[in-house]
Structure formats: structure tokens, C-alpha cells
Design a protein around this ligand. Structure first.
Ligand code: ZN
Length: 447
């Protein structure tokens, strides 16, 4: 029988969290991948026996951990080179530390950096990312080309700004140019690579966008069934500015609502300082939230009231928000989510605690839900697309192989080790649709 190149089995310790609060695991587990999807999931011995007579190519990862691919719902391609820079809060930080970097991120720079950026995402175990590009069309185009080649699942969009934009290109025409270029990029790239690449219309935030731009971006997103991404209520000074710019609006959220920007395909970054009216409006529109805790701590923006958003039924994913977040590493973003809720607990002891399994859920199935992709990704379930990562637990254990044995650890212990000590040094392989898009250069030591 001819070997089927799309068919393989992988053995490891399977862990996922399909529901908020749940944790599933299978110690000596295995997954059969066929045509880019999870075909069967079970115990290794059972699957091995069942497939004795089929030409399955086995990838034996022993007791390495297999997780669904990590999902980054909010990050900025042109900013990565400027991580950990600046000591101010959002608006001066943008002005002094970020706009100069984005302004330089023209076509040639993007062609150089974008492939490295996506490689870095894969190395960190991120399989899906929702990303802002700079304002230039050719720069965004280079981002799409690199995203397509990377094999990752990427939702990307050209940054839109027509008020005080760092570009200051043809100030009179900047609105129409922004719309025309965004539409052209969307037509070319939305749904490319069999749907692995998608477009997000990306008005930066209400401080930098006219109502006309926001309304037009929302209309375009609806026309093409594309995504829409923006920032909301990240910082007190920003909110004050929006209040002064949009005197007739009820609040910040109302500005977006009036422009038609709250939709089920909208990803709202941050959402730190919202009233209950605003939370209800977002919930009613079924818009989604990207929680970016490492960014919020870096810029001292605030502590997300996660319990309130979840109680209202909002879909919440996690975002690295590089370069306000210092790393693309989603394990560290999960840790940040735990730290933020712990900080709140110090002042509000009656709040529910956030547990590692719940932070992990937000970075996988939660992100998938926020992107409307629950049917395709986010957990290790038969029928879903085979986005997964293989992680070397020994790389995270004190004393590596000489320390505690994996058999002595509970699944919760293992997940906590990944969250508090995880990162690219422990990623062995990253798969999207069953294709290996990253493999550690040297086999790391195994447990
Ligand atoms: Zn951002």
C-alpha cells in the first residue's frame, strides 16, 4: 500500500481546555492526523493497534506535551523591534516610542522583518495571530506574503488613521487613500491559502480616526465578511481624549457603536475601563475582546475586570500586543492574565480567582471563540483542523531530566509549569493544518 503523505500519527501527553474551567488530558495519548485535520484522538496503544494495517507514519514524542496551537488575538507586526522601550503611558509612548518605528516600517523594512516575525510566532507556539500592520500598502503586502509563506493562520490588516497619523502623507486625501488601499488588500488576501489568511480592517482607535473612516471601515468589513479590529478603553487619558473629540457620544463604546463597528467579527483590544452599559452594548452586538495583560502592566494601563466581561457572556481571547507587551510568548501572556487577576484579588478578596486552566483556555478555545473559529481550532477534537504544538516539559523543569519525573506531576502542575516557565525554548514543533511550520533546531532533552 502506498503511504499517504497527509496521514500521520503523533504520540504524546495530550492536554486541552475546551470549556472555561475544564481541563482534559491523556497521558499516553495519540492523535491521527489526516488531510490536515484531527481524524482520531485516543490512547496510544489503542490507536496503534487499530491502525496496525494502515500505513500511518508515527511521530513518537514520548511524554512530550501536545497542546492545541496558541492563539494571539492582538499584536502589531511593525512594533516588534521596539519591545521594552519607553517608560511612559499609552499616548506619549505611542508618540515618542512607537510612531517613529512604525513610520520607518515601509516596504523594504517589512520584507526584511515580516518573515522573522512570523517565524518568531511559530517558535513561540502561536498558530493563529490577529495582527496590525503599518499604514503603508506595500508594507502590509509584504506582511501578507510572509504570513502566507510562514504556514501560520494569520488575520492581518493595514493600520488606518486619518487624524494625526504618523504618515502625514497627502493629508487631504489620507482618508480616501486609506480606504482604497485597505479594500485592495482585502480583495487580494481575504481567504487566501484556502482561508488560512484573512483580512481585518484596522482603524487604530477613536483618537486617530474620523467617524467617516470608522464608518467606512465597518461597511467594508461587512461587505467582504472580513474582520474588524481596533483598541477600546485602554487608558484614562485616551478615554478623556475620545470624550472631548466625540461630545455627542454616550461613552467611548458608543462612538464605535454609532459607526457600526460593533459586530460579531470585531476584535476590541483591551476594554479595561468600561461601564456596565458599555459591556452590555458589546455583549448585545456579540463583539469580542482581546485581553492583553502584559501590555496593560507594561504601560500601567489598568487591570481588566475579567469576571465582569465573562459574566456578560463576552468572548475573550488573549493578545501579546507587542510592543506594549514585551514578548510574543503566549505562555507569558497567560501568566500576565493570572498576575492581573491576582493583583485585583489583593484588593478585592471576594473576586473569583483565575486558575491556570482558565488562562490556558483563554489562549486556546477562548481565542478561537473570539475569532468565530470554534468549529475549526482551539481544542484537540476529532474533525478540527490540526493546529497543535509539541512542548518539551523537561526544558521547563528545575534540573531538567534529573529533577521530578513527569509521572509525579498532575496535569494542573504541568500546565502551571508551562504558564510560569514556558516559552520558545520548550517548543519542539508547531503544526498548522497538520503541516509542521516550526521544528526546534536540535532535539531538546526529553523527560
Ligand atoms: Zn495594540
Amino acid at each position: 500500500m502506498q503511504p499517504d503523505p497527509t496521514l500521520f500519527g503523533i504520540r504524546g501527553f495530550l492536554i486541552d481546555a475546551p470549556e472555561f474551567g475544564s481541563l482534559r488530558s491523556r497521558r499516553d495519548g495519540a492523535i491521527i492526523v489526516k488531510n490536515g485535520r484531527f481524524a482520531e484522538i485516543g490512547d496510544y496503544e489503542d490507536l496503534r493497534k487499530r491502525h496496525r494495517d494502515t500505513p500511518v507514519r508515527w511521530v513518537d514524542r514520548g511524554s512530550a506535551l501536545i497542546f492545541p496551537g496558541l492563539i494571539d488575538c492582538h499584536t502589531h507586526l511593525p512594533q516588534y523591534s521596539a519591545v521594552a522601550r519607553g517608560e511612559s503611558q499609552l499616548l506619549p509612548w505611542l508618540r515618542e516610542d512607537i510612531f517613529p518605528v512604525e513610520r520607518e516600517f515601509t516596504g523594504p523594512r517589512a520584507r526584511e522583518e515580516a518573515p522573522l516575525f512570523f517565524r518568531e510566532l511559530a517558535r513561540n507556539g502561536t498558530t493563529t495571530a490577529m495582527v496590525y500592520a503599518a499604514i503603508y500598502e506595500d508594507s502590509c503586502e509584504a506582511g501578507f506574503e510572509a504570513a502566507e509563506r510562514s504556514g501560520l493562520r494569520v488575520i492581518l490588516g493595514k493600520m488606518m488613521m486619518d487624524l494625526g497619523s504618523y504618515g502625514q502623507l497627502q493629508p487631504k486625501k489620507i482618508l480616501s487613500v486609506s480606504l482604497i488601499e485597505s479594500e485592495r488588500l482585502c480583495r487580494k488576501w481575504h481567504g487566501a491559502a484556502q482561508g488560512r489568511i484573512e483580512y481585518a480592517f484596522s482603524p487604530r482607535f477613536a483618537v486617530a480616526c474620523s467617524e467617516k473612516l470608522m464608518r467606512s471601515a465597518a461597511e467594508l468589513a461587512q461587505r467582504f465578511n472580513a474582520y474588524l479590529q481596533t483598541h477600546l478603553a485602554e487608558n484614562r487619558e485616551e478615554i478623556e481624549k475620545v470624550r472631548n473629540l466625540h461630545m455627542s457620544a454616550l461613552d467611548y463604546t458608543d462612538v464605535y457603536e454609532k459607526c457600526g463597528m460593533l459586530t460579531p467579527k470585531t476584535m476590541l483590544g483591551h476594554c479595561l475601563h468600561l461601564s456596565s452599559r458599555e459591556i452590555d452594548a458589546i455583549a448585545a452586538a456579540q463583539a469580542n475582546v482581546a485581553h492583553c495583560p502584559t501590555s496593560n502592566l507594561f504601560l500601567a494601563s489598568g487591570l481588566l475586570k475579567l469576571d465582569q466581561l465573562l459574566r456578560a457572556g463576552l468572548a475573550v481571547g488573549l493578545g501579546s500586543d507587542v510592543a506594549a507587551g514585551p514578548e510574543l510568548n503566549m505562555w507569558q501572556v497567560m501568566r500576565g492574565a493570572l498576575d492581573v487577576q491576582k493583583a485585583r484579588n489583593m484588593f478585592e478578596p471576594n473576586l473569583p480567582r483565575l486558575r491556570p486552566r482558565e488562562a490556558f483556555h483563554l489562549a486556546t478555545a477562548g481565542g478561537a471563540r473570539a475569532l468565530g473559529k470554534t468549529a475549526a481550532i482551539g481544542s484537540l477534537d476529532a474533525g478540527k483542523e490540526a493546529d497543535m504544538i509539541v512542548v518539551d516539559l523537561a526544558a521547563l523543569l528545575p534540573y531538567g531530566n534529573q529533577g521530578k519525573r513527569i509521572d509525579d506531576l498532575t496535569t494542573e502542575d504541568i500546565l502551571a509549569l508551562c504558564i510560569y516557565r514556558g516559552g520558545p525554548h520548550a517548543t519542539l514543533e508547531t503544526y498548522v493544518r497538520g503541516n509542521c511550520v516550526y521544528r526546534a533546531p536540535e532535539p531538546a532533552t526529553r523527560v
